[in-house]
Structure formats: structure tokens, C-alpha cells
Ligand binder design. Structure first.
Ligand SMILES: CC(C)(COP(=O)(O)OP(=O)(O)OC[C@H]1O[C@@H](n2cnc3c(N)ncnc32)[C@H](O)[C@@H]1OP(=O)(O)O)[C@@H](O)C(=O)NCCC(=O)NCCS
Length: 199
């Protein structure tokens, strides 16, 4: 599959990962607070170029196989500012789990919410999901706010679902269903062939 791009007039767009993204990914991802928000049990910290390359390789293979879809989040000038994606894709039940992060210098400017809106278009319209969920640590108010603002509902708390390496952590589960999804922008996906995602 060539490069896949999801865009609108948001000032940020999504593009499938390329080897050339490795340095920007490592530079932005090497941040303890960011890793803590995503989950220290699975997100490397410290985060170096080799972690970024391993991630790009894994993510590219998973995208080609229709198992996961990860994208770089870019500003309109091409700068990579973060990563997001859908994992745990279940073709039979048409569901997936969203994950996302931005480099710290880009927090709090509305980019995260816009990028997740683009991801929702990809998930609901391009790969025909019916349900998109997200797991959020209870301390992560920004992420919970972002999701609620997009119509996600909190469904409950998964008790001790994760660890930070020292203590067990609860995770709140949020989800948005296709029937509650309203796309109020002109969002376009280019270069995507849904073949490997078909049921
Ligand atoms: C979570 C994250 C992606 C959010 O992206 P962002 O661009 O910073 O968020 P936005 O600017 O789009 O704001 C989203 C919402 O949070 C609110 N918000 C932004 N910064 C906030 C802060 N510091 N405290 C509380 N609320 C905040 C915004 O007002 C907005 O709410 P609204 O839609 O009701 O106006 C980003 O902060 C991040 O990468 N954090 C570290 C990694 C992480 O935790 N990932 C999520 C794992 S579940």
C-alpha cells in the first residue's frame, strides 16, 4: 500500500508512517509525562530512534495486514507532531481501540482533538467500524475531555488494568458508536485501499 493521507481544513493531517518520520517520532516521544499518559507498561521510556524504527516497522506491517492502522499527525507544513492509530481491530464485530499522543510542545492547542476527528472519519467511514473505544487513565483529564468533546461516553472503569511498573492502575473505558457519530466537516481519505480490512 502506498501512502495513505486523511485531511480536511484543520491545519493538521494524518499520513501513514514512513522511515523518514523516525527522528521526529523519537524526539517527541522521549518524554516521561507523555509515556505516563499513554501507558508506561507498553510505551518505551526513554524513547530513542531505534524504538521509533521498530514501531514504524511493526505499524507498517500491521497496516498492510489489516490488523492495526497507525498514522503520523502532521501540521500542514509537513512537521510531524504526534502519532495516533486504531488497534485491536475486530472485523467480525467491527470495532477498534484508538490511541494517540502529541509532542509536549503541541499540547493544548486543539491539534489532538482535530487529529482524533480525522481518525474517526477513517475508522467509521473508510474501514466501516461500528464502535471505537479508548482507554484513559483517570488522571488524564485532557484526554477524557477530548473524547467527551467528540461524543464519546464513559462506559466504566477497568480495575487494575495496567501498571506503571510500581503500582497497578485503573483505566476508564470510553467509546463512540457509529450511530452517535456526526461528521461535521469535509474530511477526505486518499491512497487507501480497504481490501485487507474487508470482512
Ligand atoms: C491527550 C492529548 C493527545 C490531547 O491533545 P491536545 O492537543 O493537547 O488536546 P486539545 O488541545 O485538542 O484539547 C482537548 C480538550 O482538552 C482540553 N484541555 C487541553 N489542555 C488541557 C489541560 N492541560 N487540562 C485540562 N483540559 C485541557 C481542551 O480544552 C479540550 O477540551 P474541549 O474540547 O472541551 O475544549 C495530548 O495532551 C497528549 O499527547 N498527552 C500525552 C499522551 C496522552 O496522554 N495520550 C492519550 C492517552 S489516552
Amino acid at each position: 500500500m502506498g501512502s495513505v493521507r486523511v485531511h480536511s481544513d484543520f491545519g493538521v493531517y494524518l499520513e501513514s508512517l514512513q522511515i523518514r518520520d523516525a527522528d521526529s517520532i523519537a524526539e517527541n516521544a522521549n518524554d516521561y509525562e507523555l509515556a505516563r499518559g499513554v501507558g508506561l507498561s507498553h510505551f518505551p521510556h526513554p524513547y530513542g530512534r531505534s524504538d521509533a524504527l521498530a514501531f514504524i516497522e511493526r505499524a507498517t506491517a500491521a497496516f498492510a495486514g489489516g490488523i492495526e492502522t497507525h498514522f503520523g499527525i502532521h501540521m500542514d507544513d509537513g512537521t510531524l507532531i504526534g502519532i495516533l492509530g486504531l488497534s485491536g481491530l475486530d472485523k467480525a464485530d467491527r470495532k477498534g481501540e484508538a490511541g494517540y499522543w502529541l509532542g509536549r510542545k503541541y499540547w493544548g492547542k486543539g491539534y489532538g482533538k482535530k487529529a482524533v476527528r480525522l481518525l474517526l472519519h477513517f475508522g467509521f467511514e473508510d474501514i466501516s467500524l461500528n464502535r471505537i473505544s479508548a482507554l484513559v487513565y483517570p488522571f488524564n483529564e485532557t484526554s477524557a475531555k477530548l473524547l467527551r468533546g467528540l461524543g464519546f461516553q464513559k462506559e466504566g472503569t477497568l480495575r487494575e488494568a495496567s501498571t506503571d511498573g510500581k503500582i497497578m492502575l485503573d483505566a476508564d473505558i470510553f467509546a463512540l458508536l457509529k450511530k452517535d457519530y456526526r461528521e461535521d466537516a469535509d474530511i477526505v481519505t486518499e491512497g487507501f485501499d480497504a481490501g485487507s480490512f474487508a470482512h
